[in-house]
Design a protein around this ligand. Structure first.
Ligand SMILES: NC(=O)c1ccc[n+]([C@@H]2O[C@H](COP(=O)([O-])OP(=O)(O)OC[C@H]3O[C@@H](n4cnc5c(N)ncnc54)[C@H](O)[C@@H]3O)[C@@H](O)[C@H]2O)c1
Ligand SMILES: [Zn+2]
Ligand SMILES: [Zn+2]
Length: 362
């Protein structure tokens, strides 16, 4: 039997989101139905609403969520009803060419639920990142539900499901940040500040936070930034050089998603350093105009980071444990909690830079 619950829908390009009745099927083979307890508002949800990801409207938004498994399909063994889980968008298949070569963090065929959730009139929904968790309940592939320690507060825990994991992994896995390294993080929203917190955990020596917004820079200091640069007032590349003996940072993280910021990250990097692109560009953007001799001559690596090259089955339980031990400040990302009908306002607060994360609590 399917079930009707409420969910947040983006019905058309750039139109305000609405709360509608959605139909959630009972889990079939390989699927799990999850009662959502909390779901963070990520910039990628706004990208969906704006038409920046695809035109497959209507979208069921929300993808940074924690909740409790309510029911599972007949063959599911990995999770069981009652388990406290964080949802992920990397349920690895184990069989694609990336998985077969032991590089499952690149999995090219990640699992989502095979049945569709729909509107009450039967219109199929496109769940954001295959999750769709701005809803009282959602249907996912069982592998998308990662069991973690149930003592964690769902409001904070859910944030691991996307932005915090992406930022943490961008520094840790894609950037390979190590003790003694210098790192510059461009854009200190939820993603950028997670990269900063990861760099502190790894023992980075110099952690430079760059943003246009003074509030974000203040928060960045709380996550472990050793220096801040207000790029609305000073040249970010010169400032990073000045803070790194004139050399540039070992790892520069672009956590905004704009060509001009990628260009700054490129030039703010030391010779043979790494640029990590974790901010998501829109389809109309082109790579910045950089002389090819600079690309070659500066060496190093330019690396896009999908979901921080994370493996949820490995990383979520660990990061939740570090959070419970007081070593990873997951709860600091929560700026406010909101209700189901306040997602549109939360988008505006995000655009005005007033929040790190608004978290929908159900
Ligand atoms: N790669 C992934 O897997 C992944 C996962 C989650 C989110 N993202 C993307 O990461 C990006 C950041 O997400 P978020 O949730 O932290 O967004 P956010 O809106 O909270 O943060 C963006 C920050 O960038 C700052 N900023 C804007 N223009 C700037 C500039 N020119 N120079 C410096 N700072 C500038 C803003 O003031 C803001 O603090 C988005 O593009 C999002 O879609 C990527
Ligand atoms: Zn795979
Ligand atoms: Zn996200």
């Amino acid at each position: 039997m399917s079930e009707q619950v409420r969910g947040v829908i983006a019905g058309a390009r750039k139109a305000p989101v609405t709360v509608d009745t959605i139909v959630v099927p009972d889990p079939g083979p390989g699927e799990a139905k999850v009662r959502v307890q909390a779901c963070g508002v990520c910039h990628t949800d706004l990208h969906y609403r704006e038409g920046g990801i695809s035109d497959d409207y209507p979208f069921l938004l929300g993808h940074e969520a924690a909740g409790v498994v309510e029911a599972v399909g007949p063959d599911v063994t990995g999770v069981a009803p009652g388990d406290f889980v964080v949802l992920n968008w990397r349920a690895v298949c184990g069989e694609c060419r990336a998985c077969r070569r032991g590089r499952s963090w690149y999995c090219f065929n990640t699992h989502n639920a095979s049945q569709k959730m729909t509107l009450a009139d039967g219109t199929p929904l496109s769940p954001a990142l295959g999750i769709g968790a701005f809803a009282e309940k959602t249907l996912v592939a069982a592998g998308q539900a990662t069991k973690v320690d149930g003592r964690a507060d769902p409001t904070a825990a859910g944030l691991l499901g996307c932005g915090v994991m992406a930022g943490f992994g961008a520094a840790t896995y894609t950037g390979g940040i190590q003790r003694d390294d210098s790192i510059a993080v461009f854009g200190c929203g939820g993603v950028g500040n997670a990269a900063i917190a990861a760099a502190r955990l790894a023992g980075a020596r110099t952690i430079i936070a760059i943003d246009l917004d003074a509030r974000k820079l203040e928060w960045a200091l709380g996550f472990g930034a050793t220096h801040t640069v207000d790029a609305s007032k000073e040249d970010a590349v010169e400032a990073v050089r000045a803070l790194t003996d004139g050399n540039g940072a070992d790892v520069c993280i672009e956590a905004v998603g704009r060509p001009e910021v990628l260009k700054q990250a490129f030039y703010a990097r030391d010779l043979a350093g790494t640029v990590v692109q974790v901010g998501v560009p829109t389809p109309d953007m082109a790579l910045p105009d950089i002389p090819m001799i600079d690309f070659f001559g500066r060496g190093g690596a330019l690396k896009p980071s999908w979901y921080g090259d994370c493996l949820p089955s490995r990383d979520f339980p660990t990061l939740i444990d570090l959070y419970l031990q007081g070593r990873f400040p997951l709860d600091k990302f929560v700026s406010e909690t909101i209700a189901l009908d306040q997602v549109e306002q939360a988008f505006h607060k995000m655009e005005r830079g007033e929040v790190l994360r608004s978290v929908l609590v159900l």
